[in-house]
Design a protein around this ligand. Structure first.
Ligand SMILES: Nc1nc2c(ncn2[C@@H]2O[C@H](COP(=O)(O)OP(=O)(O)OP(=O)(O)O)[C@@H](O)[C@H]2O)c(=O)[nH]1
Length: 313
């Protein structure tokens, strides 16, 4: 005799979801809201997310592994091309694609470009996530939802779901995981509970430093900063209750003329970058940190494949 279907525990599911969308669409903020801790790097400027950062949502019934990709953009440099390759490879491998579209901006060519690309990935279910709903009124939101629906219709595919969320207010964030979970394949958890991300710590530390280094100088140095953590070592001879982690990192710029911008008068700016990123790193790693930053020139690193590899791209 089989049990009534309502009492059957649904199978556990686990899989990968990735948020796509034009720069500034709110992908990183959404990833953080879903995971509940700062793991991806957010900023109010486009294209800060270079690395594929995974956040992991643990639920009793499902595990969602979120892959946060850089924004797809028109490649002008080798770096741009590599980033786009990373994005496409990621899209083909995930179980669901979440397309983030900000509620407060009319759909534009950038959105259409991405929509066309994902339309080509036939097998993968696509969920439209209308983000930043706290910035619009009901009428504007309704219009955006209709426009998003039409976008898919024009391109000959259907959204598995269309869901409005505000990651900042936490509105509908839980509902989004409820909708994504059933789209995952059946299977056991892929990561141990408690893991929030499998991004190597050094890469996350480098991102935090880069974020601080870009603060206030993005217009002058939009994509010219790369950060490499050379070493992370616990300081020897420290009492067990007062550990200290030594971190040595290099901030790479492309031209000697950019050195002054990063370092600032009498080294003031670099010092601020150090203080700020150290705070974030300490919060991330849960240990006091001594941060040693050096600024180095890696000439035209964006165009040089050897340099790119060395800088971790
Ligand atoms: N008001 C409001 N602002 C939001 C919300 N989500 C994101 N933002 C803001 O929008 C900006 C961009 O957010 P990100 O999460 O960095 O966007 P992204 O899509 O990851 O950007 P890239 O890394 O450049 O691709 C930031 O200033 C966020 O604070 C939201 O729900 N409400």
């Amino acid at each position: 005799m089989s049990a009534p279907s309502s009492s059957v525990t649904p199978a556990h599911r686990a899989g990968f979801a990735c948020f796509v969308g034009r720069p500034n669409a709110g992908k990183s903020t959404l990833t953080n809201a879903l995971v509940g801790q700062k793991v991806a790097i957010t900023s109010n400027r486009p294209q800060t997310t270079r690395h594929t950062v995974r956040g992991i949502v643990h639920r009793p019934d499902a595990q969602l592994i979120l892959v946060d990709t850089p924004g797809l953009h028109k490649p002008r440099t080798l770096l741009g091309e590599r980033l786009n390759d990373v994005v496409r490879t990621t899209w083909a491998e995930v179980d669901v694609i979440g397309f983030c579209l900000p509620a407060d901006q009319k759909l534009g060519p950038g959105d259409r470009f991405i929509a066309k690309e994902i339309a080509g990935i036939k097998k993968t279910p696509k969920v439209a996530v209308v983000t930043k709903t706290d910035l619009v009124d009901g009428k504007q939101l309704a219009e955006q939802l209709i426009a998003v629906d039409q976008l898919a219709a024009e391109l000959g595919f259907e959204w598995a779901e269309i869901i409005p969320v505000s990651a900042v207010k936490g509105d509908q964030v839980q509902l989004l995981t409820d909708l994504l979970a059933p789209l995952m394949p059946e299977g056991p958890a892929l990561y141990p509970e408690g893991d929030l991300t499998d991004e190597p710590e050094q890469v996350m530390v480098a991102e935090l430093i880069r974020e601080a280094a870009l603060e206030g100088v993005r217009d002058e140095l939009p994509h010219s900063i790369a950060v490499v953590v050379e070493e992370m070592l616990p300081r020897e001879d420290r009492p067990a209750d007062r550990p200290l982690l030594d971190i040595h990192a290099n901030v790479f710029i492309e031209r000697p003329s950019q050195k002054g911008i990063i370092i600032g008068p009498k080294g003031k700016r670099l010092k601020e970058v150090g203080v700020k990123s150290r705070k974030h790193i300490e919060a991330l790693l849960g240990t006091p940190v001594f941060l040693d930053l050096h600024v180095k020139v890696a000439k035209d690193w964006q165009r040089d494949p050897k340099q790119l590899r060395r800088l971790g791209f």
